[in-house]
Design a protein around this ligand. Sequence first.
Ligand code: GLN
Length: 535
Amino acid sequence: MAKSATKYLFVTGGVTSSLGKGIIAASLGKLLSARGYSVTIQKLDPYINIDPGTMNPYEHGECFVTDDGAETDLDLGHYERFLDNRTSQANNVTTGRVYQTVINKERNGDYLGKTVQIIPHITDEIKRRIKLLGETEKYDFVITEIGGTVGDIESLPYIEAVRQLKWELESDAIFIHLTLVPYLSAAKELKTKPTQHSVKMLLESGIQPDILVCRTEHHLNSDIRRKISRFCNVEIESVIESIDASSIYDVPLMMEKEGLDKVVLKKLEITNNTKVELGEWSSFLEKLRNPKRNIKIGLVGKYVELQDAYKSISESILHAGTLQDCKVEVKWIHAEEINKDNVSEKLTGLKGVLVAPGFGDRGMEGKIETIKFVRENNIPFFGICLGMQSAVIEFAKNVLGYTDANSTEMNKDTSTPVIDLMEEQKNIIQKGGTMRLGSYSCSLSKASNAINSYGETEINERHRHRFEFNNKYLSEFEKKGMIATGKNKKTNLVEIVEIPKHPWFVGVQFHPEYKSTVSTPHPLFVGFIKACISK
Ligand code: GLN
């Protein structure tokens, strides 16, 4: 394919939040990469936190971690799952980071003599970060999703920055605006006014959208499309319907049907007659829609009311289930609701249990009771990060007989700290971005379910934690049947524990969920679901 300048696609949203900008950006990215282009997607977040790492999942949903250790927005998870390529720190920009850079430069004297202002200093920094991906990685397309809703005070510098960029990039940039076309059931009518208003608001900022993606519960007929086209100055073929889908993975095909990728290429004056290659994606959807079997598993965690908090985990379960023609229903169980007396009732009918990552001691008792139950009853168990640490604590309490065993995160004064703060963490006071973050290697050393799943002995997985298995106790654990089957060679940190006598009992210190994609479901999730199916 002839190599021309990187094209920039700016995705904004209007009318309301939660219209699924991230999924539209990921779907468009998928369609362009299915035509053979290299694509990356970036998210600009208008909050003042440096990153979402210090936010509560109730505020922000899951915090997605990249290979290079950035704590980012959960939309980056969608980008990776759809495109099957890796994102990095550069793919998530926050207002906090932008201001931090500008203020540091000011202190360094880089602007000596000048008044530092939103325009041009903040907007220049935003533009630099947008262009960085195109310049350093030479992507064909950089899709930049601007968080928030047009009209928000917080988003103004971003909107102004992309307006300026369009001026500089001329025909190498276009605007895609996502809006809502609500249905008034009393009038039995779809209403275009909110879309008109939100486009007007964009126009006030000097931006004319090239394409409108209209989220709707009902099909847009040609009258509605014509009306939107006329009032919003976009061609009728650039009015794209985005109707509610039963799965987010349907959206790329829906967008292809609506011709989103074609209009994008046309607007950028690119002739491309390559066929969109979505065969693998379609067979995934085919399997997703026609499962041959059903199973139910449990997910025990602290934020079960808010499933966005475990987004990558639930998507990984779906990928692994679909690969095995299995619909996996997940029963979300609040750890605080589980106790010794009700654990068997809470877990009845479940073919396997996953204990989720987390921080702090709320719900620990329920997690321990859950793990004791699945360990003793040979129910497949998958513990992730705090889930793995809980399995270690449970084993120490109930098998090794250390009734006081704990993590020093939960009890500083425990007499048996089987999980302890990592050495490198001991002098850290600052909270933001200071955990053990990002990709580390792990060697799988013994015949184990881990090796069976991965099919190789050297792996890399992403981490986000401060506490670790305390190696002082390892030989005692191994004598009694809990084995370290994965270790970091350099630091000797235990990354995986297993109970070989149990059909499938695997605890991992890392987060496998961050690396599962539609085309490459994660081996450990595949192994876990396989064990659940055969249970
Ligand atoms: N709170 C634990 C730690 O910091 C586990 C973290 C997690 O589950 N992501 O080590």
